[in-house]
Each structure stands twice: as structure tokens, then as C-alpha cells.
Design a protein around this ligand. Structure first.
Ligand code: AOF
Ligand code: ZN
Length: 341
């Protein structure tokens, strides 16, 4: 890595400290560097709170002139008044030596306008340092800004011989993944704004779908139940809020809401969730629901947790025809991540 990349790598690292609190905003990290020394660091900590550039600027020691600094920031500085004022105005006021940017902000309200404002003010700007990693850091945000649809992560566990669930008549335990990976799964729940399952999963497993083994907030719960066969007495309905997508009814209850989608299809459901401000969804099953996302081609990433034990029979997991982008061993499981394309 060259010097600019080393500093950008640090921006990416500190940006991630905001991962449980900034959604649907992006995670952003920023450094002020002078004479090859990091003078201050800042990251976007909380949705609605000040941006990375402001936080970094505010921690510059009083004996340092920010004009002498190079500013590193993982996302193009914003150029419009949102919940906070434009970071490009702050940087123009400081007029640092250079501004080094990881990637463009895909938000149509910014999208190059932040860079233009800095350049028009005579600031030396460099764009595209560790660009792919900076974009990947905010893959949910990029998907939403470009396509007006939420980012969809499919997640399931399968045995070594590819069974994902027991036969419906079976009384045997259906737990597949190593319990030591529960914190990983719960972190996945916490970094998505919604968690989605089908009515069979609710009726059969009676899951809570909340975050218990990780830091972070509980996602909004979403149940697909085209014929309203879901049992609303199950425990997930006793806490938080749940949306039930179905073919026939719109109705509001204390803890859940029925939402009619006609014709009932994944695209209609995702558009409705997007309209409700949901930008990332973790699909946790079961087989039919995951298969319907695969069939409609409306998914972005699949995370498959494969245990090293086998079952005699069961229901076969979906088959993916994408190549894996990463594979890691975690306790007794292998976790493989696939991208749609
Ligand atoms: C930055 N630095 O740290 C972040 C940026 O409503 P606001 O004011 O919080 O603005 C949100 C938008 O600002 C968000 O959609 C994205 O375009 C940009 N995020 N920009 O310069 C930051 N988090
Ligand atoms: Zn900003």
C-alpha cells in the first residue's frame, strides 16, 4: 500500500465503528494528517449526528493549523444541507493542503457536487483511493441510492450434505450451525434494518428474530404470509413491530401491521419496504422464501453457513450458481459469501 492507501485504510477501519448506529446513512471515516502524522480522526457515529469530517476537525489540537493538513475521507464530502450542514463548506473554509477521497457519494444530491465545490474553491482533490473497498464498505447505501430498492442478504445454514431443514414430520433438532457462531448471525441481524421470514418459519420454529448475542438494535420484523396463514400468537409478535405482507388485507394492530400486495411478488414487497425507509434486509428463511428471492433474481448477497455434520434426510438447500467471493472457517462451520454477479 502507498501512503495515501494506508491512511484511507485507516479511514475505512474507523468508519466501521459506526456500523450499528448510522443506518440508513453510510459509514464514513476521516483523518487530518500533517507531516505524515495523524493529527485527528473522526467518523460518522450516529444517524442524524455530525459527519466524519466535522468530528475529525473538532478533535484537531489547538496548536495545529488545519490548513497545513491533508484530509483523508472514505466518502466524497457532502455538499447539501441534510440533517447537518455541507461538509464541503467546512473544508472550503479550512482550505487544507489536499483532500483525498475514497469514492464518490452515490446520493444524487451529492454525486460529484462535493468534489466540484472543493475544486472550484482551488483545493487539490484526489479521488478513488481504495475506491472498491470504500464502496464495498457501504454496499447497502450504494444499492439504495442507485436502484431505489433495499439491499437483500440471503442467509441460511446447511449440513455438509446440503440439508437446510428437517422434513416437516421430523421431531429431531433442526439446529445446524455451531452455537459459537450465533454472535455472528446476530450481528448480521443488527446491521440490517429488517429481517424477513416466511409464515412456515414463524409457525414451525416460533423464532424471536431479535438481537441477543451482539451489540446493536433489533431489526424490523417482516413476515411473508400470502394467505395469512401465520399464527399471530407466536412469540415474535409480543415484542417490537412486525409487518405481515399478504394478498388480501391492509390493517393495523398493536404490534403488527397487515400489508396487502397484489399481485403478491417479491418486487412489490421490496418496493414497499423501500418506501418505508428500509434499506437493508436479511432474509432468514425458510426454503420457499429464499427460493422465491433467488427465482426473482432480487437479491444481492448470500451467506451460507455449512456445518461439518450430516443428516440422514431433510429438505435440500437452494443451489446457487454464483461463485463465492469469500470463504472462512468459523469454529465447526464454513461460512461462504456469494454475490449475485
Ligand atoms: C459526509 N460525511 O460522514 C456522511 C455523509 O442528513 P445528513 O446531513 O446526515 O446527510 C446524510 C447524507 O450525507 C447521506 O445520504 C450521504 O449522502 C452523506 N453522508 N457525508 O460528507 C459523512 N455520513
Ligand atoms: Zn457531510
Amino acid at each position: 500500500m502507498n501512503t495515501d492507501e494506508i491512511y484511507m485504510d485507516r479511514c475505512i477501519e474507523i468508519a466501521q465503528k459506526g456500523k450499528f448506529h448510522v443506518a440508513p446513512n453510510p459509514m464514513v471515516g476521516c483523518l487530518f494528517v500533517s507531516n505524515d502524522v495523524i493529527i485527528s480522526e473522526g467518523y460518522h457515529q450516529k444517524y442524524g449526528g455530525s459527519h466524519a469530517e466535522v468530528n475529525a476537525y473538532q478533535s484537531i489540537p489547538s496548536d495545529i493549523d488545519p490548513k497545513t493538513c491533508d484530509v483523508y475521507v472514505s466518502l466524497e464530502p457532502c455538499s447539501y444541507h441534510g440533517k447537518t450542514p455541507p461538509c464541503s463548506d467546512l473544508l472550503i473554509k479550512i482550505k487544507p493542503n489536499r483532500v483525498v477521497i475514497g469514492c464518490l457519494d452515490p446520493n444524487p444530491k451529492v454525486s460529484g457536487a462535493g468534489i466540484k465545490a472543493l475544486e472550484d474553491a482551488g483545493i487539490h482533490v484526489i479521488v478513488g483511493v481504495l475506491e472498491e473497498r470504500c464502496e464495498q464498505l457501504n454496499k447497502y447505501f450504494f444499492k439504495v441510492q442507485k436502484f431505489n430498492l433495499p439491499f437483500v442478504t440471503l442467509k441460511w445454514a446447511q449440513t455438509k450434505n446440503k440439508f437446510m431443514a428437517r422434513k416437516s414430520s421430523s421431531k429431531e433438532s433442526s439446529k445446524i450451525s455451531d452455537s459459537r457462531n450465533d454472535s455472528y448471525v446476530h450481528e448480521l441481524r443488527a446491521i440490517h434494518q429488517a429481517i424477513l421470514v416466511g409464515s412456515n418459519t414463524v409457525n414451525t420454529d416460533d423464532p424471536l428474530l431479535n438481537v441477543r448475542y451482539s451489540e446493536g438494535n433489533d431489526p424490523l420484523k417482516v413476515v411473508l404470509s400470502p394467505n395469512l396463514s401465520v399464527d399471530c400468537k407466536k412469540q415474535l409478535f409480543s415484542v417490537g413491530r412486525t409487518l405481515i405482507y399478504n394478498k388480501t388485507s391492509n390493517e393495523l394492530f398493536d404490534n403488527y401491521q397487515l400489508i396487502k400486495i397484489d399481485p403478491f411478488n417479491i418486487e412489490g414487497i421490496l418496493s414497499d419496504l423501500f418506501e418505508r425507509g428500509i434499506h437493508s434486509i436479511l432474509v432468514e428463511g425458510g426454503i420457499q422464501v429464499i427460493q422465491s428471492f433467488l427465482d426473482s433474481d432480487l437479491w444481492d448477497e448470500a451467506i451460507v453457513i455449512e456445518s461439518n455434520n450430516s443428516w440422514d434426510d431433510g429438505q435440500i438447500a437452494p443451489l446457487l450458481n454464483s461463485s463465492p467471493v469469500s470463504l472462512k472457517q468459523a469454529y465447526n462451520d464454513n461460512i461462504t459469501i456469494y454475490n449475485k454477479k
